[in-house]
Design a protein around this ligand. Structure first.
Ligand SMILES: Nc1nc2c(ncn2[C@@H]2O[C@H](COP(=O)(O)OP(=O)(O)OP(=O)(O)O)[C@@H](O)[C@H]2O)c(=O)[nH]1
Length: 560
């Protein structure tokens, strides 16, 4: 209280009031301490001692822990997403009335990607395990830790799956590491083609033919199934479950380990571009789902080592990062551009369609003649029943299904093997001889023949022919400058099913404007236009029905 004659009020209070305050403070602090004790805050966090090396099934325990961790992370992300969506919807409701009134804002909102997509993108981008740097460093760790590097090649385009930078790094690296080729997914390629590619590849390094199992289950499910199978006396040999080439590969590696007389297990690093089947290979050899594998590209983000047998240990690696300098078709198949949202899936499909024969695509997908990628996708979407509200074909979903077919486990396509194969510049006859030393190549050849006899191959007529773009450049160190891809040349367009074979058809651009084959008169841009960017006057859609042409008096209008 301010007393008369004094500038400020005095801070003096009565003793009873002071004691009362002090008591309240004491009580409050006590309560805080009690709560903290309940929650366990302030206690020293016990250090996780991990799984001791001597523990039996250490590997399994660690793997299960990793899977649990990733599941928890996924759930967290989902919850976060749901919360974000909830908040966004609340905000949306609040603003809807005012925004609906403004047509400009309405249009802008339509063009924006949905909140869910944005959040997903943000979560993905913020995950450090998705960065190029991380993927490169993981790959380098695998190369350094391995005695043998197995480059996994998709049998549908073996040359396109080769990475010269990686091969060179292995050859020039320390420790006399051996390089092997493994031709995976041979069940998706005609037999003659596989044989030719095996001959070609074996001129450089030993090559193993392989077909991985594509339906590996978790250990528990698998055990149940095995019990059921033995009870009923049936063995599951369906197309997806069967794996061919495993005995030949294990024999080759086992023989090498014995011949070298090494102590400890032989470390075999599996490398290759995304989705070539590295994880599926390990799962097939292990006979269980030891690594995450699936149609989605870039599932493996960290290296993971798995004991396959007493003397062989395999290391799974994330896919090689494709350099931006690669041709567009190579990027569509081998890079994670679409997943990283650097390129649209529609663009990737358009690029792929340009690389193959239109008739074959029509036959494979059972669609009628199409003029361009968008039309193809709408036919494809209708065929598969990918429809949106009002029966509009969902071309986006059709495009991602199409791309998954090309990189995943379904579509049969092949690239022709070179007639006169030659060694790449970083390989010499001496290096090849050195690399082929120590392997039992005769046994390998017999093993491959056995594999080729067992696999059911598609016939030549039902397989699409793809124009290979040659080896794909990879990035091994994130420090190297990565230049963007050059514009496609006219040669790139040859054999395309969108332009030439369409025979004078129109190409509809993404915006829906038709581009005819007739020579078009191009007006040169003025300097100002060039600076600003092409600004062609856009035709305005005038709805004449709204124009009042009738002479009759409109009673709704106030003509004051
Ligand atoms: N038909 C067929 N499909 C296969 C074969 N091997 C793998 N696949 C399929 O190819 C897809 C990719 O396999 P993954 O094992 O995940 O490939 P990855 O190389 O580990 O992929 P990232 O984790 O992206 O590096 C999956 O859908 C597999 O089912 C095979 O031999 N034949």
């Amino acid at each position: 209280m301010k007393r008369p004659g004094l500038k400020k009020a005095s801070k003096r209070v009565s003793c009873s009031k002071r004691y009362k305050i002090q008591k309240k403070v004491r009580e409050h602090n006590k309560k805080l301490r009690k709560d903290a004790k309940k929650k366990g805050v302030g206690k020293k966090v016990k250090k996780d001692i991990g799984v001791p090396n001597k523990a039996p099934f250490k590997e399994d325990i660690l793997r299960e822990a990793e899977q649990r961790r990733s599941k928890l992370e996924e759930e967290k992300e989902k919850n976060k997403l749901a919360k974000q969506q909830e908040r966004a919807q609340k905000r949306k409701k609040e603003n809807s009335a005012s925004r609906d009134a403004d047509p400009k804002a309405k249009k802008a909102r339509k063009e924006l990607p949905s909140q869910e997509v944005l959040v997903k993108q943000m979560v993905k981008q913020s995950d450090p395990r998705n960065s190029k740097k991380h993927l490169c460093s993981e790959l380098n760790k695998v190369i350094d830790a391995s005695d043998i590097i197995v480059e996994i090649l998709d049998a549908r385009d073996p040359l396109g799956c080769r990475c010269p930078q990686l091969e060179e790094a292995v050859l020039k690296g320390e420790g006399n590491k051996k390089l092997l080729f493994l031709l995976n997914k041979i069940d998706l390629v005609p037999k003659e083609n596989v044989e030719k590619w095996l001959q070609c590849l074996q001129l450089e390094f030993p090559a193993v033919a392989f077909k991985a199992s594509t339906q590996q289950q978790d250990k528990t499910v698998q055990e149940k199934k095995a019990r059921f199978a033995t009870l009923n006396g049936v063995v599951d040999q369906t197309k997806g479950v069967a794996c061919y080439g495993s005995s030949s590969l294990l024999q080759l590696l086992g023989d090498y380990a014995n011949a070298t007389g090494r102590e400890g297990s032989l470390k075999v690093g599996l490398v290759g571009f995304p989705n070539v089947g590295k994880s599926s290979l390990i799962n097939s050899l292990k006979g269980m789902r030891a690594c995450n594998a699936g149609v989605q590209r870039g599932i493996t983000r960290c290296f993971q080592d798995i004991h396959i047998s007493k003397n062989v240990k395999m290391i799974d690696s994330p896919g090689i990062v494709a350099a931006q300098s690669n041709p567009k078709a190579a990027m569509a198949l081998r890079s994670l551009q679409v997943e990283d949202k650097q390129e649209t899936v529609l663009e990737a499909v358009r690029t792929l369609l340009k690389q193959c024969n239109k008739q074959q695509v029509m036959l494979q997908y059972n669609v009628p003649d199409f003029r361009n990628s968008l039309e193809f996708l709408s036919f494809f979407a209708k065929k598969r029943g990918f429809l949106q509200k009002g029966g509009v074909p969902n071309t986006e979903l059709a495009a991602s299904t199409f791309l998954n077919d090309w990189t995943g486990a379904k579509l049969s396509y092949h690239c022709k093997a070179p007639e006169k194969p030659s060694l790449p510049p970083y390989l010499s006859e001496d290096i090849v001889r050195e690399m082929q030393k120590g392997w039992d190549l005769d046994k390998l050849r017999k093993g491959n023949e056995e594999t080729l006899r067992s696999v059911k191959f598609p016939n030549q007529a039902s397989s699409i022919v793809l124009l290979s773009k040659g080896p794909t450049a990879g990035v091994l160190s994130d420090v190297v400058e990565d230049k963007p891809a050059p514009e496609p040349t006219e040669e790139d367009m040859e054999g395309s099913c969108e332009n030439k074979e369409a025979g004078g058809v129109k190409e509809v651009s993404e915006e829906g404007t038709a581009e005819t084959d007739e020579p078009q008169i191009k007006t040169p841009l003025t300097n100002k236009q060039a600076k600003v960017g092409l600004q062609v006057p856009v035709p305005v859609n005038i709805d004449l029905s709204s124009v009042h042409t009738d002479d009759t008096y409109d009673f709704n209008t106030d003509f004051k």
